[in-house]
Design a protein around this ligand. Structure first.
Ligand SMILES: C[S@@+](CC[C@H](N)C(=O)[O-])C[C@H]1O[C@@H](n2cnc3c(N)ncnc32)[C@H](O)[C@@H]1O
Length: 401
């Protein structure tokens, strides 16, 4: 059997193993990693090939799943055609799709070629919760592989770029945010000196724009109330500068331990992990980067399109409103409350903030200081994926009177 023939066979075998769980398992990526680990003969290039093929399958599941039953050979060819053109996929795509036209960037054109419907690629409820996600250009962007964005933690960008260039990892500075660097290669940046010395952190450009949109003034004491492993805590500390301070809080102790490791690597000395929340309105600013459905991250986690329900989104919104009410009490009079999600659903975004404002007359919404081409909502700003080739986010800035 040819190399491509055996790769196609392996791909179909992997897909068959994942299929029983892909409509229900939120931890499918862990299952994919386990499958790869069980195939001891896989090298890193094999893993890159099959990972891209599997993620493409999940991205276009309503198109591919029926073909797996009726015409597995066409299913494999369609996935190869739809997959990103990467060093790991090039040979396989060229061999399998030799007779196919080049894959167009638009979902509508892809659908037309395959005789499929663009409308099936998002759950129907998502189209109602974020109509822009269901049409070009956001629908197109949502159905491409997510880029790798870094946040520079050093003024010495040239040092990072020089190291990456030597490793043949081309980079590009974001035109809207010079401190954001896109890596235009499949790179494990954790295996770089820049990473070891804390000069970079992996953070999607859209996520970086959340805090940048608020134009946070240097100095002041902030609470990062849902800090997780500290992606935004580190950025917030950098924006506040040496005279500022960030207290980090989360219900996950393991994430906070990771935050401390990252802070040490970044040599950030103005971050403290809080043993307990203070009882008073002590903060100049509070960031509530709320737990959410993650609908803005479907480029990176396409299986969530099929495991997330509208009911879960509503439940997340109830929790978000409760968290916003809880943590708003810690904002000093005149201080700021930033609310953010990585969701595109209005239920978790402007609806939560509107409900919060209705119940808290001492807070008012402020327009974003810098909109970065984001989409204004009734209140707050949505960062839609197509604007800057990012994940989807939402941010609202509120001030306490
Ligand atoms: C979107 S993630 C935060 C991501 C993080 N800010 C970053 O930039 O990497 C939401 C976080 O909220 C935390 N969380 C959930 N419920 C919480 C609660 N009641 N109080 C504080 N944090 C909570 C989760 O553990 C999770 O780490």
């Amino acid at each position: 059997m040819s190399l491509t023939g055996s790769q196609q066979k392996i791909f179909l075998r992997l897909v068959a193993a994942l299929r029983p769980n892909w409509h229900s398992d939120v931890n499918l990526p862990a299952g994919i990693s386990e499958l790869f680990a069980a195939n001891r003969s896989f090298g890193s290039r094999d893993r890159r090939l099959y990972r891209e093929l599997i993620y493409t399958t999940l991205r276009f599941l309503p198109w591919i799943e029926p073909l797996l039953d009726t015409d597995p050979d066409r299913a494999a060819k369609a996935v190869a055609w739809l997959a990103a053109d990467l060093p790991a996929t090039q040979g396989y795509r060229a061999a399998l799709c030799a007779a196919w036209p080049a894959c167009p960037p638009s979902v509508a054109a892809k659908a037309a070629h395959l005789g499929a419907s663009a409308d099936t690629l998002l759950p129907a409820w998502m189209t109602r919760h974020c109509p822009e996600a269901a049409v070009a250009p956001n629908l197109d962007t949502l159905h491409t592989r997510a880029p790798l964005w870094l946040r520079l933690q050093s003024n010495d960008a040239a040092r990072v770029v020089a190291e990456f260039t030597a490793k043949q990892w081309p980079t590009r500075r974001s035109p809207v945010l010079p401190g954001a660097l896109e890596v235009l290669a499949e790179a494990d940046v954790t295996k770089s000196d820049a990473w070891t010395h804390g000069l970079i952190e992996v953070q999607d450009l859209g996520s970086q724009l959340i805090l940048e949109s608020a134009a946070i003034a240097p100095g002041g004491r902030w609470l990062d109330a849902c800090a997780g492993a500290g992606g935004k805590t580190l950025q917030l500390a950098a924006l506040l500068g040496p005279k500022g301070h960030v207290d980090a809080h989360d219900i996950r102790a393991s994430a906070l331990r990771e935050l401390e490791i990252r802070a040490t690597r970044a040599r950030a000395t103005t971050i403290s992990v809080l043993p307990a929340l203070p009882a008073t309105a002590a903060y100049d600013g509070v960031l509530v980067d709320a737990p959410c459905s993650g609908t803005g991250t479907w480029r990176r986690a396409p299986h969530l399109k099929w495991t997330t329900s509208a009911g879960q989104v509503s439940t997340a919104a109830e929790k978000q409103l409760a968290l916003l009410a809880q943590f708003s009490a810690l904002v000093r009079p005149g201080g700021r409350l930033l609310y953010a999600t990585c969701s595109l659903s209005h239920l978790e975004n402007e609806d939560v903030v509107t409900a919060f404002l209705a119940a808290h007359g001492d807070f008012t919404a402020e327009p974003p200081a810098r909109a970065f081409g984001g989409t204004p909502r009734r209140v707050g700003l949505a960062i839609l994926p197509a604007a800057h080739n990012t994940d989807g986010f939402y941010v609202a800035s509120l001030r306490r009177s």
